[in-house]
Each structure stands twice: as structure tokens, then as C-alpha cells.
Design a protein around this ligand. Structure first.
Ligand code: GRF
Length: 199
């Protein structure tokens, strides 16, 4: 099984995935790591692990679909089976979703469907919820709305700041994301309507 990891930022989730692939916990090979940001530290992490990297510059494409066509072409070249979005801060098009439907997984820093979008941790804190967490889910066209594979909840403390809360949310991500990727790689994620059943 070949996986691609798509990242835009620091790549701490990528690092966990690299480690879990290396230890054999995730029975797959990371064929390539791709970023839409030239300076994403995730690219550096991949290079250090001797994984092929690619920076796809959005400025070189006239629209999102052209970008996604190039991305899919690259993934086909690399025989990618599963697409892992680990902090990939970019909207994708139906072309991309249709090409890998049911095989794209994302990690989101809130308990979906609450606090979709780019600021899941800040939004949860400002809203005043007492419980938040992390969600590993399949990617569909509508943002942060695909079937949920796994969630981990945690308590929001009265003295939490965005930083302290983020730390615990990330710990929750590091716990469930490799597990959910493993299940997807092993073909154990069965989708029935919106519900995911693990076989
Ligand atoms: C994570 O919080 C993830 O939930 C969100 O983007 C962040 C990525 O962080 N989608 P990192 O690049 O893995 O450190």
C-alpha cells in the first residue's frame, strides 16, 4: 500500500506517521510527501526521513482544478492508494475527491461537526464548550463533513489558553490519526451512509 501525505505546515502529524510507518504499525509505504507551501517544515521532516518530496506551487496553476489535475497525475505516477491530509490547508475540487473517493483521510482539531474550518481550536475555546477533541474522517466535497472514522474527546479547562488547549488537542490527534490511517490502509473502514463501521 502506497500512501501520500499532503501537508502545508509544521508536519508534526506527518512525523508521527513517518514513525508509525517505520515501526510497522501502519503497514504501508510513504511514496511521497507533497506540500502547497515551499517553506513547510513538513518537507524538511520528509527529506530527513529520505522520503521523496514535492512542492506544488499554486501560483503555477490557473485554478484549483488545474492544480488538482497535476496532483492526481503525480499520485497516479506514484501508484498512491491512500491520501493522507495532515494539515493540508487547501480546498480541493470534485476532480480530486472523485479520483480518490473513500480513500482520503483528514485530521481535524475539534469534535466534528462542531467547529469546522481553519480555526477549530480557537473557535471551540471562544465558544466556551467544556469538551472538545480531534476527529479523523474521510474527505468529501463539503469541508470537514465526510464520514467520521475516529474521535477523541478531552475536557476544556477554565484556565486553558489557545496554546495549552492546542497542545492537548494535538496529543489527541497523534493518538487517533495513526490508528485511523492503519484501519484505512488495512481495508477495515466500511462506509454505510454517513456511518463508518470497523471490520
Ligand atoms: C493539525 O492541528 C490538524 O488537525 C490541522 O492542521 C494541524 C496540522 O499540524 N488540520 P501539523 O502540521 O501536523 O503539525
Amino acid at each position: 500500500m502506497n500512501i501520500v501525505v499532503l501537508c502545508s505546515g509544521s508536519g508534526t502529524n506527518l512525523q508521527i506517521i513517518i514513525d508509525k510507518v517505520k515501526s510497522g504499525y501502519i503497514p504501508a509505504r510513504i511514496a511521497i510527501v507533497i506540500s502547497d507551501k515551499a517553506d513547510a517544515f513538513a518537507l524538511e521532516r520528509a527529506k530527513r526521513a529520505r522520503i521523496e518530496t514535492l512542492f506544488l506551487n499554486p501560483k503555477n496553476f490557473k485554478n484549483r482544478e488545474e492544480f488538482d489535475k497535476e496532483l492526481v497525475k503525480k499520485l497516479r505516477d506514484k501508484d498512491v492508494d491512500i491520501v493522507v491530509m495532515a494539515g493540508f490547508i487547501r480546498l480541493v475540487t470534485p476532480y480530486f475527491i472523485d479520483s480518490y473517493r473513500g480513500r482520503i483521510i483528514n485530521i481535524h482539531p475539534s469534535l466534528l461537526p462542531a467547529f469546522k474550518g481553519a480555526h477549530g481550536i480557537k473557535d471551540a475555546l471562544e465558544y466556551g464548550v467544556k469538551v472538545t477533541g480531534a476527529t479523523a474522517h474521510l474527505v468529501e466535497m463539503e469541508l470537514d463533513s465526510g464520514p467520521i472514522i475516529m474521535q477523541e474527546a478531552l475536557e476544556v479547562k477554565e484556565d486553558d489558553t489557545e496554546e495549552t488547549l492546542a497542545q492537548r488537542v494535538h496529543e489527541a490527534e497523534y493518538k487517533i490519526f495513526p490508528e485511523a490511517i492503519k484501519l484505512l490502509v488495512e481495508g477495515r473502514v466500511k462506509i454505510e451512509g454517513r456511518r463508518v463501521k470497523i471490520s
